[in-house]
Design a binder for this molecule. Sequence first.
Ligand SMILES: [Fe+2]
Ligand SMILES: [Fe+2]
Length: 285
Amino acid sequence: METENKYIKDVDRLVPRPDIALEVLQMAYDNQVSIPAMANKIEMDPNLTANMLRLANSAYFGHMREITSIKDIIIRLGLETVKIIAITGASAGLMRSPQQAYNLEPGTLWHHSHATAVLSSVIAKYAKAEEPGAVYTASLLHDIGKVILNRPLQIAFSNNKNLGRKFNSLIELEQFLLQTDHARVGMALLQKWGLPDNITIPVGFHHRQNCPEAEQLNVKIVSLSNFLVESIGIRSVLPENFTFNVQDFIDQNQQLPDVPNFQENMERIIDEFFYQFNETAKLSN
Ligand SMILES: [Fe+2]
Ligand SMILES: [Fe+2]
């Protein structure tokens, strides 16, 4: 972890720590939590409050009567949903900036992360995953290491103008230039923030294969939806007439991580994902 720690040492200057959202997450995991105390905590952050209200009123959460206060969100949508809305509201702010070293324009990393999280939650539902909230959060934050490594990678590129070799993957390139990669650095950051293993491990291993961690269901779901979102090529809101051919995709990708009930339900999973992604993408733009 020494290399990773070097990169996250000054992280507080680079990535604003989502303190309030993290405290809200911790409160939501606590069975004894008091709803007024939690609402007060959220309301200390006006941006988070506004984002949470917008998300809660989206068709995705399906409520007819308008939700007008944070207390309403907690009472009407329940703690599991509050966790999801709080971390989504906080992540949008962390990931909107451009990541030039990765060729990501403003907003692109956020759309990719958000799409991966929405798809993961649909896959997790079909797979009957025990911790859907953790899968969602891990997916949302899986590439947060890119925010940390953007600058070091830019510097490394300018110091090594002629790399003189080809790389098979982004991870290989990062390892060559920085002796670590965005998945590992992301895991180190989330560990520093005190998030639990069922979130940090899927982040750290989303590009790994052939290791015991890669066999965990949460890790498989995050890798699979990251791969799928990349293959579909989602960079922002989907165009109206977008189509995706499930059979072609399966024919071309025989080596997908095996997640229970995925392949046989893929068509329905993709449909549900498209619907939910479009509903929430508009709101968090
Ligand atoms: Fe990644
Ligand atoms: Fe990714």
